[in-house]
Design a protein around this ligand. Structure first.
Ligand SMILES: [Ca+2]
Length: 458
């Protein structure tokens, strides 16, 4: 009895150590290859989740997802706005390589070019390995035929092509323009336009994601599901059911923002339950990330003021800026067969690392060429990380981040021509460390300029 206990404890420790090293322990049966689910949210700040310390948010299922595996404290998106962030996720490269450096526009004729024909995408590569691939929700990587999901590696698609969609009418509309061209219906299933009776789209996407999992759970084929919620992006609206979870005394914008996230959170809970019920929980990898930080755009505010409904606390800045608030993301990676529960991962990572990580776990024999991302490891990473957005550039190495021409958020003026942050001493970037650390800044600036040489002109 005692011996059995000590053996089982020892083997548990071995598996934990092996799991930490990203390898499978001897005798541990993991069915290979695993299923993959990516859950993306839109404009959700790191201060909008309970598991990142938000006291007012209600995210029990995101918190449960965090406990299921690793919660990152230094995970970055590759861009502070929608389209390039999604491009990095699906290609494993810096998004400028695909010419997607800003959010894509929308038109009623659906001729916006995005991902290029022949791009080596995560779903496309997984499909070569025998996976069934599906995207539910927001695409925003091009509405032209050759850029759409079915042309970019997905077997199935349900959702919208543009950057946002009304939560009940499923129409895209651009408040800054009045032409009918900028108000149009945008809901599709496998390339065919579909009309749904008014239904809150977050719940609709949960329904579709669950239906796909149901269909695939008993199939011999593994699956990849990319669930890209439109929430909590503008236009801000949530059913009463979710609003009622928050006190009426709460700030109106914050209450609506958190209610929209509560709807996403309920859906995540339903998906986690379904995986357990189908007996595929252990062999399903789930990655969660927001595409960029919470926004300060006036169009999100019910009265047109600078929006403060979302929170990037404790970080500075918003969507569209390269301060940490725009790019440091809530990010959760779980794989019960390989990653220990309740792991807090303090290593630096970026969205583009997901493609090589997933392909490695799927047993790919070769990676697409010219990847910028690297497969996830538990050991610290000595890489430099780079960003560029609308004239702003940044490099992070170790504790230091140098930015050239950073802005606080979308449409804001440049804060300073050069800004050096020490993210260990001053994670909220209150101070510019440039003068006291000019040599550090110079080394980083040289590297950043070298990297920027490859960038095509804006
Ligand atoms: Ca976004």
């Amino acid at each position: 009895m005692g011996m059995n206990n000590s053996i089982s404890r020892r083997s548990m420790m071995l598996s934990a150590a092996a799991a930490a090293a990203g390898i499978t322990a001897l005798g541990q049966s993991t069915s290979n290859p695993p299923n993959f689910i990516v859950i993306y949210t839109d404009d959700q700040g790191i201060g909008d989740l309970g598991c990142y310390g938000a006291k007012d948010a209600k995210t029990p299922n995101l918190d449960r997802l965090a406990a299921r595996g690793a919660r990152f404290t230094q995970w970055y998106t590759n861009s502070p706005v929608c389209s390039p962030s999604r491009c990095a996720l699906l290609t494993g490269q810096y998004p400028w390589r695909h010419g997607i450096r800003n959010f894509l526009t929308a038109n009623a004729t659906n001729t916006i070019k995005g991902l290029q024909p022949g791009a080596r995408t995560l779903p496309g590569e997984l499909r070569k390995l025998g996976y069934r691939t599906s995207i539910v929700g927001k695409w925003h990587l091009g509405s032209a035929r050759e850029s759409r999901p079915l042309a970019q590696g997905f077997d199935e698609h349900f959702g919208f092509y543009s950057g946002w969609s009304d939560y009940y009418s499923h129409r895209y509309y651009n408040m800054s323009r009045t032409s009918p061209e900028h108000i149009f219906h945008d809901l599709w299933r496998n390339g065919e336009e579909v009309f749904e009776d008014p239904q809150y789209s977050t719940e609709m996407y949960t329904r579709e994601a669950k239906a796909f999992i149901e269909r695939q759970a008993n199939a011999s084929q593994p699956f990849f599901l990319y669930l890209a919620h439109g929430a909590p992006h503008y236009p801000m609206i949530a059913p009463k059911k979710y609003l009622d979870r928050f006190p009426t005394t709460m700030d109106r914008e914050r209450r609506m923002h958190l209610a929209m996230i509560a709807a996403v959170d309920d859906g995540i809970g339903e998906i986690l339950d379904l995986l357990k019920q189908k007996g595929i929980d252990r062999d399903t990898v789930i990655f969660f990330q927001s595409d960029n930080g919470a926004t300060s755009e006036a169009r999100s505010d019910s009265q047109g003021r600078p929006y403060r409904g979302g929170s990037n606390a404790p970080y500075r800045g918003f969507k569209g800026g390269l301060f940490e608030g725009g790019i440091r993301m809530p990010a959760l990676l779980s794989y019960p067969a390989k990653i220990a529960a309740n792991t807090v991962d303090t290593n630096i990572g970026q969205t583009m690392d997901i493609l090589p990580t997933f392909l490695e776990w799927a047993g790919a024999k070769e990676m697409p060429p010219a990847l910028d991302g690297k497969a996830w490891r538990t050991s610290p990473d000595s890489r430099e990380f780079y960003w560029e957005y609308q004239g702003q550039t940044a490099i992070r190495r170790g504790d230091w981040k140098l930015m050239l021409g950073p802005k606080e958020g979308l449409g804001d003026p440049v804060t300073a021509p050069r800004w050096l942050s020490n993210l260990n001493e001053d994670p909220s970037e209150k101070r510019n460390w440039l003068e006291s650390n000019s040599q550090v800044a110079q080394v980083l600036e040289d590297k950043l300029k070298q990297w920027s040489q490859d960038l095509p002109p804006l």
